[in-house]
Design a protein. Structure first.
Length: 430
């Protein structure tokens, strides 16, 4: 590791855990769970960077915990994620009003000696210098992970306890300021989304001369996507767009599509064209409805959509693809697809056969073109605002990383200039 400040010492996580323990969470299968249980099974998704995200909702009975020889978490335990994203992130287990265990992809570090402040150790694990070591030791092709045996050999810099507590106090103050700024950006983004939706809705329903038509009557084709098999195993290798290629606002990024193999017959029927619409019919989560719709642009080479999506090809003699996309996407944002959804485990589904029976307001082609033109102007303004918010968010992330870097190299002073110094570091590393 880089040279430590005077009085600091390098210690591996296994050394820090002496007197306590460092071990993986429990191997828990579906049969070991019970929604009516009273012991919570925390998961990878609950572990944030310095924060317990409280996202999971899985439970076990006490006898099931005993059967898997589960380890009950204690307030102050450090939970370390062995998988992305980011890999190696850590948080403190909070004082929850019930017993809990955690899944096997989370390593638990319990401090057993008074010479360590758990908050300091947790932030040291989240520091960029430690994360770099985790990345160096990760393995796996499709999903990266780090083995606990490797994780516990990695070192952190440990100063005397008084200095640990001083650094934690300073980090709390500075990170509170950054969190407040981040919350403000999120609020601004939500307001921008509401303004956009309000403007879109007003435009879509501004025309008095329109008729209602079932969506299926406006389509030349409606067919489910396919996942195919590994490249080279079938007749045609082709890129597959997944729901992960679709943003929250319905834009598509084909650059991250994966290569799969399908039959020529499947490709002939499902090959994507510019102007096609892709319906997200499976995915989401307990608090994330499905039903986003993406508009396919010009593609470089053959592509299809995955089995979690429905290909819908508009009849361009009746409806402009851009108009139909905006209407269907706005319907989703207004909550119009909620009643169509069913849930299985943590995945939501929409029946495409029910979705295509939706009634769609259809003005004249000239009116559709006018609405699309005005929407393009609004979209440009929204994009400028979104770009500004994104830049500010990235700056905040960079400041947070630089602040942690400064903290664990002995450069935090406790003065307001700390954030200025962090900004200089962030710009230097950009």
């Amino acid at each position: 590791m880089t040279e430590l400040p005077v009085g600091w010492r390098a210690m591996s996580l296994s050394e820090v855990a002496a007197g306590g323990f460092i071990r993986d969470g429990d191997w828990v299968e579906s049969k070991d769970q019970d929604p009516a249980g009273d012991v919570r099974l925390t998961q990878l998704a609950d572990v944030g960077v310095g924060v317990f995200r409280d996202r999971s909702n899985r439970w076990m009975r006490t006898d099931q915990v005993a059967a898997v020889r589960g380890t009950l978490l204690a307030f102050g335990d450090i939970m370390i994620a062995r998988m992305p994203d980011p890999i190696g992130r850590a948080c403190i287990y909070p004082d929850l009003p019930y017993d809990a265990v955690t899944a096997v992809d989370v390593t638990v570090l319990r401090i057993g000696r008074d010479e360590f402040d758990p908050q300091f150790v947790m932030w040291a694990i989240n520091a960029p210098s430690f994360h770099g070591k985790v990345v160096e030791h990760q393995s796996g092709t499709t999903r990266k992970r780090i083995a606990r045996k490797k994780l516990e050999t990695l070192t952190v810099g440990i100063p005397p306890l008084k200095e640990q507590r001083r650094i934690v106090e300073l980090l709390d103050d500075h990170l509170f300021s950054l969190d407040a700024a981040s919350d403000g950006l999120e609020l601004a983004a939500r307001r921008a989304d509401r303004l956009w939706l309000s403007a879109v809705t007003r435009l879509l329903f501004s025309s008095t001369e329109r008729c209602m038509a079932p969506l299926i009557d406006l389509l030349d084709l409606s067919v489910g996507g396919v996942w195919g098999s590994a490249p080279g195993e079938d007749e045609c290798d082709v890129r597959v767009l997944r729901v992960t290629e679709m943003s929250r606002n319905g834009s598509l990024d084909p650059s991250t599509a994966v290569l799969r193999s399908i039959s020529k017959r499947q490709l002939d029927r499902r090959e994507l064209r510019a102007g096609d619409l892709l319906l997200e019919k499976s995915g989401g989560g307990p608090n994330t409805p499905v039903g986003r719709v993406g508009l396919v642009g010009e593609l470089d080479g053959s592509a299809i959509c995955s089995n979690f999506m429905q290909l819908m090809r508009p009849n361009v003699d009746r409806v402009l693809p851009e108009y139909l996309h905006v209407y269907l996407q706005s319907l989703h944002l207004r909550g119009g697809t909620q009643t169509m959804q069913t849930a299985s485990t943590n995945i939501r589904n929409i029946k495409a056969s029910e979705y295509v029976r939706l009634s769609v307001p259809i003005p004249s082609m000239d009116e559709q073109a006018r609405i699309v033109r005005e929407l393009e102007e609004l979209k440009a303004s929204r994009q400028r605002l979104s770009s500004g918010l994104l830049a500010a968010t990235r700056r905040g992330v960079g400041l947070r990383r630089a602040l942690l870097d400064a903290a664990f190299s002995g450069r935090l002073t406790g003065r307001s200039s700390d954030l200025n110094r962090a900004e200089e570091l962030a710009e230097a590393n950009a």
